[in-house]
Design a protein around this ligand. Structure first.
Ligand code: PMP
Ligand code: GLN
Length: 378
C-alpha cells in the first residue's frame, strides 16, 4: 500500500492514554474531564430517545439546536447567522475541521497553521494535497509573529487555520491579533478556519476574541466549536460550524457525504439544555479554579509552569528534573511516576523539542492533588 499519510503514526492522545491505562497512571495527557456532565442532559437524551427521535435528523442539524447556536453566537459575539443556511451541526470539531479543509482546499493550495498545532490539522490538509505552511510559536510566550505571517502569505494561500484559546499552549489571542489577521487577509480570497472549541474557557477576565466579534473576519471565516468542551461530554462527539452562506454551502456539499448528519437524540437534548442561555456562564471560573489549584499544588515541585490563559491545559518545563527529550520524559513519567502528560514536540512536524510537557487539569481536585503529590516527588 502506498500510504496517503506516510509520516503519520498513531495520534499522541491515543498513545498516551493507552500507556496511562496500561500503567495504571493518573491520566493528565489526553484532554477530557474525569467528572460527569449534568443529569439534566442525560434525562433529555433519554426523553428524546423514548419520544422516537431516533431516525435521521436534517442534514444540517436539528433546527432547534441550530436556533440555540445562532442565539448564543449572536448574544455573545454580535454576528447573526442564518439558521437555515449558515449553521451546521457536526460530529465534533474534528469532523468540522476536516470537512472545512476538504471542501475548500484544492491540490497545491497553501494553508497556514501555527505550530505547535493541534494534530488533526496537517493530515487533513495533506489528504487534499494542500501544502501546510507552518508559523512557529515559541516557548515561553508562544506569541504569533505577524510579520512572519505576512511573509508566508502568497497568491496560493487558500486558508489560515487559527485556534484561540490555543491547544496546547493555553495562550489567548487579543483584539490586536484579530486586527492583524484582518489586515493581512483584507482584499484576499483567504478563508479563515477558526477553531474556537475553548471559547468559554478564558481566564483572568480576558475576553474570547471570536472571529464572530470582528465583522470583517466573520465574513471570511468558518468558526468551529464543540459541545464536548463546554458541557463535559467529549465522548458524545457533537460540535458545530457557523459561517457565511457561500462558505457553508461548500461545507455542506462535503458534510452530506462525510457523515450526512449527527446523532439525533443528542441534538434534541442539547437544544433543550441550551434553552437556558446562561449554560456556559461559570465555565471559565470553574476551570480557572482548577488551574489555580493545579498550579498551587505543583508549586513545590521542580516543574516550571508556564502561563495558562485559557483551555484546560497547562504547560510545564522540566529542565530542572531531566534533560531527556520530551517524549522519553513523558514515557518515563507515566511508567515510573504514575502521571501521564503530552510531549509538546508531538505538535511540531519536525519534532521540535523545547522540553515542555502538557498537563490537562479538567479533573476533580482529588485527582489533581494525587497527581501533584507524585509530581512533587520527581
Ligand atoms: N480542536 C482542538 C484545539 C481541540 O483541543 C480538540 C479536542 N480537544 C478538537 C479540536 C476536537 O474536538 P472534538 O472532540 O469536538 O472533535
Ligand atoms: N483534544 C483533546 C486533547 O487535546 C484530545 C482529543 C483526541 O484525543 N483526539 O487532549
Amino acid at each position: 500500500i502506498v500510504s496517503r499519510l506516510p509520516t503519520v503514526g498513531t495520534t499522541i492522545f491515543t498513545v498516551m492514554s493507552r500507556l496511562a491505562q496500561e500503567c495504571g497512571a493518573i491520566n493528565l495527557s489526553q484532554g477530557f474531564p474525569d467528572f460527569n456532565a449534568e443529569d439534566l442532559l442525560f434525562e433529555r437524551v433519554a426523553h428524546w430517545m423514548r419520544a422516537g427521535m431516533n431516525q435521521y435528523p436534517p442534514m444540517a442539524g436539528v433546527p432547534a439546536l441550530r436556533e440555540a447556536i445562532a442565539g448564543k453566537v449572536e448574544a455573545l459575539y454580535g454576528t447573526a447567522y442564518d439558521v437555515d443556511g449558515e449553521i451546521t451541526v457536526t460530529a465534533g470539531a474534528t469532523q468540522a475541521l476536516f470537512t472545512a479543509v476538504a471542501a475548500l482546499v484544492h491540490p497545491g493550495d497553501e494553508v497556514i497553521v501555527f505550530e505547535p498545532v493541534y494534530d488533526s490539522y496537517a493530515p487533513a490538509i495533506e489528504l487534499q494535497d494542500g501544502k501546510v505552511v507552518r508559523i512557529a510559536l515559541s516557548a515561553p510566550d508562544y506569541r504569533p509573529d505577524w510579520a512572519a505571517v505576512a511573509a508566508a502569505i502568497t497568491p496560493r494561500t487558500r486558508m489560515i487555520m487559527i485556534n484561540s484559546p490555543h491547544n496546547p499552549t493555553a495562550t489567548v489571542w487579543s483584539a490586536d491579533d484579530m486586527a492583524s489577521l484582518a489586515a493581512l487577509t483584507r482584499g484576499t480570497g483567504i478563508v479563515v478556519v477558526s477553531d474556537e472549541v475553548y471559547e468559554h474557557i478564558v481566564f483572568d477576565g480576558a475576553r474570547h476574541e471570536s472571529c464572530a466579534r470582528h465583522p470583517e473576519l466573520a465574513a471570511r471565516s468558518l468558526i468551529v466549536s464543540s459541545f464536548g468542551k463546554t458541557y463535559h461530554i467529549t465522548g458524545w462527539k457533537v460540535g458545530y460550524v457557523v459561517g457565511p452562506r457561500e462558505l457553508m454551502a461548500e461545507f455542506r456539499k462535503v458534510h452530506q457525504f462525510n457523515v450526512f448528519t449527527v446523532n439525533a437524540p443528542v441534538q434534541y437534548a442539547l437544544a433543550d439544555y441550551m434553552a437556558d442561555a446562561g449554560r456556559h456562564l461559570g465555565l471559565a471560573a470553574f476551570y480557572q479554579a482548577k488551574r489555580d489549584f493545579f498550579r498551587d499544588a505543583l508549586a513545590g515541585s521542580r516543574f516550571e509552569v508556564l502561563p495558562s490563559r485559557g483551555t484546560y491545559v497547562q504547560l510545564a518545563r522540566y529542565h530542572a528534573i531531566s534533560d531527556e527529550p520530551d517524549a522519553a520524559f513523558c514515557d518515563r513519567l507515566t511508567r515510573e511516576v504514575g502521571v501521564a502528560a503530552i510531549p509538546v514536540s508531538a505538535f511540531f512536524a519536525d519534532g521540535r523539542d523545547e522540553r515542555v510537557v502538557r498537563f490537562c487539569f479538567a479533573k476533580n481536585e482529588d485527582t489533581l492533588a494525587r497527581a501533584c503529590e507524585r509530581l512533587r516527588g520527581v
